[in-house]
Design a binder for this molecule. Structure first.
Ligand SMILES: Nc1ncnc2c1ncn2[C@@H]1O[C@H](COP(=O)(O)OP(=O)(O)OP(=O)(O)O)[C@@H](O)[C@H]1O
Ligand SMILES: [Mg+2]
Length: 543
């Protein structure tokens, strides 16, 4: 049996059959291009174009609902004349056909209209429809099969695009989480090798800025009821030592509340960003630095340079996670710094103590016994060596007294044993008596013991200030006051002498007082007193 030649020998296998083969081939060709195309919009465009071509429809449209199903994410039309795009896209009709499709699982064929739903995971997300078949009364069964297949391909393409988008978002989230973790780890590593507070703040401010892609970023640290600038990165510009009140600044309020704040309009902040060189700032993100429940300060970011105009919830989360490790870093560095201060004061004082003991136990005892033996010799030999020995004894007595004074000066026993008040009282009384000064002392510490470093610093500053009064002031009266409240200790030494000519830090005394004050984050002020004398005021923060 010979096989008949398809088109030539069987007349019935005519144009219609050839059309079918042709349509199939074109469908397959369309399918191949679809799998090589990544951009959803162009995939959908091709599907729609193919559907219209293969069915000979005059117009076609494809609509896809957005993920909330509230509106259309895609709406493409084909075959519409440029000048009347509304002809089939007109909302009532468009909505009408699409709505009809959304409720269905199968294609529909109405008079002159053919539609098929795009169904993804058993839900309809819109559909493909065609209007007005050219050269025929209406769409046929082959058209129905074609549009059904193409609508299904559209569904697969949409599903893939959504999965891709979801994966990308997840990967971005993961990326961000990783970046935050890496930054936090970098800080942790830096702390291991670097306990310098200034370095750590520098590291935090730079990393935080990169993390949220901010235009400017500031770190404010809390000091009592003020926030003081601690570090700046980016385009912000803040004067050194700038401070703002806790209660009257947006950053301070966020710190008090212990909560992050995102601000859409930075111009509405209590202190205008222009003060910090960010006059153009539109948005801000404030995140408190909290360590073990204590608000240490705040990170304030201005203007995201990212895709979104203002900072978003992701930025907030990232900066919060970061702020937690940053706060630990700051707290640790501060602890180390306090420890260092303590160590340096302790080392200096123990050195003085050692000297005091040494002089007392060795030199002083030696001198005393020499004095005794000289006196003994004197008794036994009342001859002309007498006057020589007598003057030697007098000299020795003077030396012994001087040495006693040096020993007390090096490390007053009273400071260790009895505390600041008795030690200061003894000091003032001794100095006043020696110099013939009238001393007024107002100290109400009683037996209260302060931090050993604070006591030592206050004592040393009082000591130098009193020495200066005796050396330079030519005063009649000296007043020493010590005032203690919950947050600070204040020491005032004032005289009624000639006062400072010009302020000249000629010797080591004033420089030393300032250094000691700074060691304990305190402040030293030297000013002309009301009565023309000199007033030295030391303020040391407690705790
Ligand atoms: N109470 C005071 N009244 C008047 N002038 C003062 C007083 N205290 C300090 N001065 C002036 O300030 C200068 C600097 O004081 P500072 O204590 O630094 O140095 P010094 O006392 O001269 O030397 P050193 O303290 O190193 O022994 C003094 O030389 C003196 O001119
Ligand atoms: Mg001096």
């Amino acid at each position: 049996m010979t096989r008949p030649m398809l088109a030539a020998s069987v007349p019935a296998f005519d144009r219609a059959a050839r059309d079918r083969v042709d349509r199939l081939e074109r469908l397959l060709a369309a399918g191949r291009t679809l799998t090589s195309e990544l951009d959803l919009e162009s995939v959908l465009g091709r599907i729609l174009e193919t559907a219209r071509e293969l069915t000979g429809a005059e117009y076609g449209a494809l609509g896809v609902l957005d993920e909330r199903r509230g509106g259309l994410e895609h709406f493409l039309t084909a075959g519409l004349a440029e000048e009347d795009p509304e002809e089939i896209g007109a909302p009532p009709r468009k909505q009408g056909i699409l709505e009809l499709l959304i409720g269905r699982a199968e294609p529909i064929r109405l008079r002159g209209v053919l539609g098929a739903p795009t169904t993804i995971r058993a839900r309809t997300w819109g559909g493909l429809y065609l209007i007005a078949k050219q050269d025929a009364e209406d769409f046929d069964d082959d058209d129905v099969a074609t549009i059904d297949l193409l609508a299904k391909w559209a569904a697969v393409a949409i599903d893939n695009a959504r999965l891709l988008r979801e994966t990308t978002t997840r990967r971005d989230d993961l990326d961000r989480a990783l970046r935050t973790m890496r930054t936090a780890m970098e800080i942790a590593t830096a702390i291991g090798g670097d306990t310098d507070l200034a370095h750590i703040l520098e590291l935090i401010v730079k990393r935080a800025r990169t993390l949220v892609d901010a235009d400017g970023l500031l770190i404010w640290l809390r000091h009592g009821d003020q926030l003081r600038i601690a570090a700046v990165a980016g385009h912000a510009d803040v004067p050194d030592h700038a401070s703002i009140p806790l209660g009257a600044s947006t950053a301070g309020q966020a710190l008090r509340a212990g909560r992050s704040v995102r601000i859409e309009d930075a111009q509405q902040m209590l202190i205008n960003p222009a003060e910090f060189g960010m006059a153009q700032a539109t948005s801000s993100l404030i995140v408190p630095l909290v360590h073990r429940g204590r608000g240490l300060g705040v990170l304030v970011a201005f203007d995201s340079r990212g895709a979104t105009a203002s900072f978003d919830a992701d930025n907030e989360l990232a900066l919060e996670a970061f702020a937690a490790s940053a706060a630990t870093a700051v707290a640790t560095a501060r602890l180390v710094e306090a420890q260092r201060l303590h160590d340096s004061i302790a080392a200096a004082e123990s050195e003085r103590g050692r000297w005091a003991r040494e002089l007392h136990d060795e030199t002083l005892q030696g001198l005393a016994s020499l004095k005794l033996s000289l006196a003994g010799t004197l008794k036994a030999n009342p001859d002309r060596t007498r006057s020589v020995i007598e003057s030697a004894v007098t000299q020795l007595e003077r030396d012994i007294n001087a040495l006693r004074a040096i020993i007390t000066d090096l490390r007053p026993a009273a400071l260790d044993e009895l505390g600041l008040e008795p030690a200061l009282r003894t000091l003032v009384a001794g100095v006043a008596k020696g110099a013939g000064l009238l001393a007024r002392v107002s100290i109400k510490l009683g037996a209260v013991r302060l931090d050993a470093d604070v006591e030592t610093i206050a004592y040393r500053v009082a000591q130098e200030a009193l020495t200066n009064v005796v050396k330079h002031a030519d005063a009649r009266t000296v007043t020493v006051e010590l005032i203690l409240d919950a947050e600070r200790l204040r020491l005032i030494v004032a005289d009624d002498g000639r006062g400072f000519g010009e302020v000249h830090d000629a010797g080591y005394g004033i420089a030393g007082m300032r250094e000691r004050a700074a060691l304990a984050s305190g402040v030293l002020e030297i000013a002309r007193a009301a009565d023309g004398g000199t007033r030295v005021a030391l303020e040391l923060p407690l705790g």
